[in-house]
Write a protein that binds this ligand. Structure first.
Ligand code: FAD
Length: 515
């Protein structure tokens, strides 16, 4: 370990000596440290992300074999006279270059650097920060347990989602993923490897959760587990009336305090505008054999439909009561009669549902296209205006991808984390998950969709709708200060304490490098 560290230091000193901008990659290869790579293909890959909208090439890629390797690299960057940027890259599924490290080092976190370990009590699992959630799921299922809170898509790293929040239809009940972590190992921007939790080093713990990679690199996370259900009853219901739709969503999330049998396990929804179902890569659910033709239920509502998506988990032992439990819950809802679509599948297939769509899109060359996504948290009190202004206004009749909408309970979010949410007890996620295509219609181009995103943000601003961006992207510190609002002084203090030279996650563009 000591030798490796010396090599790291040697490499780092070399970088500083030759000067970052005039670095000759052959000098680095001369170091012959297998953890660094200057392979052009790897550099190119780390300079891109899922968003596909901007590129920034790092100087080198670092493949750590342990948390201590990461500590050594960051410590060297911190202690050198000049320093350089260091960004952890989980799975590179950011939209706006958040994991880039221009003229710095990208740490390729993905893959197991230590085996996951389920605790004997089956209450939690310890995983490497670069582990993908799909691997966490497959591993924990061997013990009959699984994490409680998910993202819709599982090929994301633990460190990447915990740096944002990690949300899906379970969040109303269990809170976001960041509310389901007991302990972390973190390498701070000073190159210290620290263990933190609610009880120990709690300021660092809360800083890192939802911290956009600003305060430390998560090398291990201890994640809460529950008994894994075997099957899922998955239901979709259509609405043409937005108020009824949101009323029902809000009603369902208000049941979070009730026993499991009396509430759904997952509450989401999406908006169907125009061609929405065809262009909605998450809608394979509506098979041609469905008895209801979607077009026949589109009302006079500007062609907009809303689909409530809910699930109920169960085991073979409770299979005899599932119909009744679901029936009781559905009775209370006001969807369009006869627009109930139901399927039943193994739990793992439900959680991994988006991967199926990914495989399809990849086969058509439609996965690796630019993704000008916009994710917003919207206060409940203004969601009607947003519907009128955006879903039935700005979007016209083209969406270029799925539009998710679902509410969450703020009391399931820990105010001490670094994430910011609207100032109301219930707020919605609206996720415009669009794919840009060149050479097709003008409304599908990157420019058109990016302009439309700006128009949506302007609309909220003009109407005084106090949204917060989720997976936020801003270019100036002033914008970041507005984003964090009352939390800005805390964020600033945390940065000064944990990463005073602004080495970490410079791709977020919150703090200018200070070295
Ligand atoms: P990266 O893009 O690699 O990194 C993101 C940021 O986190 C960077 O700033 C990086 O430096 C930092 N970071 C990465 N690893 C670490 C670490 N170990 N320690 C500290 N900082 C780190 N999000 C949801 O909440 N819910 C969803 O349902 C959801 N679905 C998605 C579906 C798709 C198809 C895609 C592309 C994204 C989705 N996201 C969703 C967004 C996703 O959670 C974020 O983009 C997340 O950051 C991606 O994880 P990643 O591992 O690819 O992170």
């Amino acid at each position: 370990m000591a030798t490796k560290f010396v090599l790291t230091l040697a490499l780092c000193r070399l970088i500083v000596t030759v000067g970052l901008m005039s670095l000759d990659p052959r000098e680095l290869i001369g170091i012959n440290d297998h953890r660094f790579s200057l392979d052009p293909a790897q550099l190119e890959s780390a300079s891109r992300d899922f968003g596909g909208q901007n590129q920034a090439e790092p100087l080198a890629i670092f493949h750590p074999t342990s948390a201590d390797d990461i500590r050594g690299l960051v410590q060297a960057a911190y202690e050198s006279g000049h320093g350089w940027a260091v960004s952890a890259r989980g799975h590179g599924h950011s939209i706006n270059g958040q994991a880039h490290a221009k003229n710095g080092v990208v740490i390729e976190m993905s893959g197991s650097k230590q085996l996951p370990r389920v605790d004997e009590s089956l209450k939690y699992v310890d995983v490497w920060g670069g582990e993908l959630w799909i691997d966490v799921l497959n591993y924990t299922l061997r013990y009959g347990v699984a994490p409680k809170s998910w993202t819709d898509y599982l090929y994301l790293s633990v460190g990447g989602t915990l740096s944002n929040a990690g949300i899906s239809g379970q969040a109303f009940n269990h809170g976001p993923q960041i509310s389901n972590v007991y302990e972390l190992d973190v390498v701070t921007g000073k190159g210290e490897l620290r263990t933190c939790s609610e009880e120990q080093d709690s300021e660092l713990f809360h800083a890192v959760l939802g911290g956009l990679g600003q305060f430390g690199i998560i090398t291990r996370a201890r994640i809460a587990l529950e008994s894994a259900p075997q099957r899922v009853r998955w239901i979709r219901l259509l609405y043409s009336n937005f108020s009824r739709f949101t009323h029902d969503q809000e009603y369902l999330i208000s049941l979070h305090m009730l026993p499991a049998a009396q509430k759904f396990d997952y509450v989401e929804g999406f908006v169907i505008v125009d061609e929405g179902l065809i262009n909605n890569w998450r809608s394979s659910f509506f098979s041609p054999s469905n008895p209801v033709k979607i077009s026949s239920v589109v009302g006079a509502n500007g062609g907009v439909l809303y689909c409530l998506e809910i699930t109920k988990n169960y085991d073979q032992s409770s299979a005899h009561t599932i119909d009744q439990e679901v029936g009781e819950l559905l009775k209370e809802l006001q969807y369009i009669p006869a627009t109930e679509f139901t399927t039943d599948l193994p739990y793992v297939n439900f959680l991994n549902r988006v991967h199926k769509a990914e495989v399809k899109l990849r086969s058509k060359g439609l996965w690796e296209v630019p993704h000008p996504w916009l994710n917003l948290f919207i206060p409940k009190s203004r969601i009607d205006e947003f519907d009128k202004g955006v879903f039935r206004g700005i979007l016209g009749n083209k969406t270029s991808g799925p539009i998710l909408i679902y509410p969450m309970n703020k009391n399931k979010w820990d105010e001490r984390s670094s994430v910011v949410t609207p100032d109301e007890e219930v707020f919605y996620l609206v996720a415009l998950l669009r794919s840009a295509l060149d050479g097709g219609e003008e409304t599908q181009t990157l420019k058109y969709l990016s302009d439309q995103n700006r128009q949506i943000l302007r609309f909220c601003d003009d109407a005084g709708i106090k949204i917060k961006q989720y997976l936020p992207h801003y270019n100036t510190q002033k914008q970041w200060m507005d984003h964090f609002g009352d939390k800005w002084p805390t964020i600033y203090q945390r940065k000064m304490e944990f990463d005073p030279k602004h080495i970490l996650a410079t791709g977020q563009r919150i703090f200018q490098p200070n070295f």
